[in-house]
Design a protein around this ligand. Structure first.
Ligand SMILES: [Fe+2]
Length: 286
């Protein structure tokens, strides 16, 4: 199994390509479409960089997966589906996120929006599996950051999405609608119960203190040294810490565009009568 990471610098997002080196079947996890909020312009440059690698390595892409509905960047799942004919995948709990945010944006049947997960080819439930080449991926429920977040385990590697960051960064925020610090605590216990040498691959690294980029640590290192949630941290301590950290915390710059795009499975809302497509901004809502 070979794992390659890709950094999207605007949102410090790490995407991954995992493939079986014997038969060259692979997957892409959490790929990004760039969005410049000042120009209101999308760019497939980060996805192109991944696609170049996939083609160079001669990888047959079987699946493009998101760990959850992202609130800080735009998913590139349909871009990969179109380019490589792979299937798109997300957690089955996405329908809860579509319900909540579909209401917030006033989306409905009139604009073709269905909060039923039909925008993806495969909806994974807890512990569901997918195979590519000789590898098997299993879905570990790791809600908390969003109610529907999954981690994806392949052999000794787990792609944890927004749950644990690198040990000096801590954990993901839990203050979006449907988030829960108590649920994230349980999710992290599930990850900490994995064998000590299991490798955890994170979705973001904000390089605290200006250190070099990191994207992977072992369960052992996380359990011993995570600054928010280690083996000695109680649920009460963690929930209180997250509440302190989230008090007055700014929303991500791309929150509204990202969520609108992502709950539609990676598409813009349909055009207005003038032919132009728009992102909406709900005022005084959150
Ligand atoms: Fe996220």
């Amino acid at each position: 199994m070979k794992i390659q990471h890709f950094l999207e610098p605007r949102t410090s997002t790490l995407s991954y390509v995992v493939h079986d080196e014997a038969d060259r079947e692979g997957i892409v996890i959490d790929p990004v479409i760039d969005y410049d909020p000042k120009a209101a312009r999308t760019s497939a440059a980060p996805a192109e960089a991944i696609a170049d690698y996939v083609e160079r390595e001669g990888i047959q892409l079987a699946y493009a997966l998101d760990t959850h509905c992202h609130a800080d960047h735009l998913t590139a799942l349909p871009w990969f589906e179109q380019r490589f004919g792979c299937k798109t995948v997300i957690g089955a709990g996405i329908t809860r996120v579509q319900e909540t945010f579909g209401k917030l944006f006033g989306f409905g049947r009139g604009d073709g929006f269905r909060p039923d997960g039909s925008q993806w080819d495969v909806l994974l439930g807890d512990e569901d599996t997918l195979s590519f080449g000789s590898l098997t991926l299993s879905a570990i429920p790791t809600g908390g950051h969003t109610p529907a977040s999954l981690s994806y385990r392949i052999d000794d590697a787990v792609f944890v999405g927004d749950s644990l960051f690198m040990p000096d960064q801590g954990t993901a925020r839990c203050d979006f609608p449907g988030g829960s610090a108590s649920e994230l605590y349980d999710s992290v216990q599930r990850l900490y119960a994995l064998p000590a040498e299991t490798r955890l691959f994170t979705l973001h690294d904000y390089r605290p203190g200006g250190r070099d980029l990191r994207w992977c640590c072992t369960v052992d290192e996380a359990r011993r040294t995570n600054v928010h949630l280690n083996e000695h941290t109680t649920r009460e301590e963690f929930v209180a810490l997250r509440a302190r950290l989230e008090d007055g915390k700014e929303f991500p710059t791309l929150l509204y565009p990202a969520v609108q795009w992502n709950i539609r499975g990676g598409h813009l809302p349909p055009p207005e009568p003038n032919g132009q497509r728009y992102f909406k901004i709900p005022v005084d809502a959150l």
